[in-house]
Write a protein that binds this ligand. Structure first.
Ligand SMILES: [Zn+2]
Length: 480
């Protein structure tokens, strides 16, 4: 938009309802697939602003959408609200201190309390602008569960939830207000469950077949594989069942949970197949049986440079987040807690000038050919293969704050986080309006998207027949 003032006015008028929503979600954090309370809070706000709500999207109990507007293009605005285990943290604390007010050990270590609330605000502000100006365009907020190592959106894509959208807009809280030009890794997550034979480990070890041995041999094999995989690929695991606490019993059952990541679905699938072969080899060596339990997967992000440019024009119009001296003073201890060299490196990487704890500028748009390869993953990746997708990075946290840390949780309800969220929402709302109202922009973004997908069609990393985890027999706890 050439003039983003009307959007700023709408956000200023209604923003407080959404900062309150983000605080409410922060205070009651829930893990992947179990975000029922957060979904109800979001639906309540969406309904307050006249959005039509569709629950149980793609059959997933904590997936929903909320839509407003008439005719014109259908723009998706993506939100998340899941928390992380073991990340409970007191608001504003300067050292790791579990929050006595939360009933569980969860915490919003990735800022998803801000993410969902900011995206919902963007959807509401864009829809209100279109309505006030009598413009066509449908805005659909997607409440997406289970982003954290669970691929909620990938299951939603597979279930057809995003069919018919013309474009998608999203964001992620972070340290710098910028157009998000990163690449991400595709991944698969899988449980390898081994079953052997129990026996007395002292008197009859030859009669036992150890499932724990199989897990260990799989891990040794996978660690040898590291030397022979592409540089940016990642393999990590957690032993979820070591077979019990009795060394004098040959462990009959043991399980390990793997995540396999690589630059795209094709490379990741090749690597995944090799890990499965190692697991099969471990079963063969130990004479145990192997069950491969596929948990989820997501694709790499497909950037859209046309939309990045459109978003960035709005980011520049809106300018940096207006942090004040109190915000800077409050943020300083968080930045100071990191090694100085690390912070300098982050500032250089992000194109951040100056040494303020909170970056109050706007990072420049980078070259589309020099996008940063993030070695994490996001299920926004799968949506980006359905329609042109663009994301903003919000300036909500002190420079240097790592994701999935107690520091991220501690800063999640500070005034700086709220300001950054409102600012990101403004940029998303303005871009949503642009896509809805500028037919040339949408045509150019679609042409760029179509050209890529014609060469390399979307390869859904979740095999047919794999249903979302909450719908699997034995997982009733997810349904809540
Ligand atoms: Zn996140």
């Amino acid at each position: 938009m050439n003039d983003t003032t009307p959007i700023a006015e709408i956000v200023a008028e209604i923003g407080a309802r959404f900062t309150r929503l983000s605080d409410e979600i922060w205070s009651d954090p829930h893990l992947r697939w179990q975000e029922h309370a957060s979904v109800e809070k979001q639906i309540e706000v969406a309904a307050e602003f006249g959005f039509q709500v569709q629950r149980n999207v793609a059959g997933i109990p904590t997936a929903f959408w909320a839509e407003k507007g008439e005719a014109g293009p259908l723009i998706a605005v993506l939100g998340e609200f899941d928390a992380l285990a073991g990340m409970s943290q007191q608001a504003g604390a300067l050292e790791a201190t579990p929050n006595p007010d939360t009933a569980n050990t969860n915490g919003h270590g990735c800022g998803h309390n801000l993410l969902g609330s900011g995206s919902l605000l963007a959807a509401v502000a864009a829809a209100r602008y279109l309505e006030l100006n009598g413009l066509p365009g449908r805005v659909r907020y997607y409440g997406c569960p289970a982003e954290e190592a669970a691929a909620g959106k990938t299951f939603m894509v597979k279930g057809g939830a995003f069919d018919g959208i013309d474009a998608a807009v999203s964001w992620h809280p972070g340290s710098v207000m910028s157009t998000r030009q990163v690449l991400s890794l595709a991944y698969t997550q899988v449980y390898f469950r081994f079953t052997g034979v129990a026996a007395h480990a002292g008197s009859a070890p030859h009669l036992g077949r150890s499932a724990l041995d199989a897990v260990e041999l799989l891990n040794v094999g996978a660690n040898f594989l590291r030397e022979h995989m592409p540089d940016s690929a990642r393999v990590h695991y957690a032993i979820t069942d070591a077979g019990g606490t009795s060394p004098n019993v040959v462990q009959a059952n043991a399980s390990v949970y793997y995540i396999v990541r690589a630059v795209d679905v094709a490379q990741m699938s090749t690597l995944y197949d090799r890990v499965v072969k190692i697991a099969q080899g471990a079963a063969l060596m130990t004479e145990t049986t192997l069950e491969v339990d596929f948990d989820g997967a997501c694709a790499e992000l497909l950037p859209n440079h046309v939309l990045e440019q459109a978003l960035h024009a709005n980011v520049e119009n809106i300018g940096g987040v207006p942090f004040d001296d109190v915000d800077q003073k409050t943020a300083a201890p968080y930045t100071d807690a990191y090694p100085a060299a690390e912070v300098v490196g982050i500032r250089r990487l992000l194109g951040v000038e100056g040494d303020e704890p909170l970056f109050s500028g706007v990072a420049p748009l980078g070259s589309p050919y020099a996008r940063y390869q993030m070695t994490g993953s996001t299920d926004v990746g799968d949506v980006s293969w359905i329609a042109p997708t663009v994301q903003i990075s919000g300036g909500t946290h002190a420079v240097g704050t790592p994701a999935h840390s107690w520091q991220m949780v501690a800063q999640g309800t500070l005034p700086a986080a709220h300001k950054g969220m409102l600012h990101a929402a403004e940029a998303m709302a303005a871009t949503t309006v642009d896509i809805a109202t500028d037919a040339q922009l949408l045509a150019a973004a679609t042409a760029e998207f179509d050209a890529v997908v014609a060469r390399t069609p979307y390869d859904c990393p979740i095999p047919d027949g794999i249903v979302p985890p909450p719908l699997r027999v034995g997982n009733e706890a997810f349904i809540g």
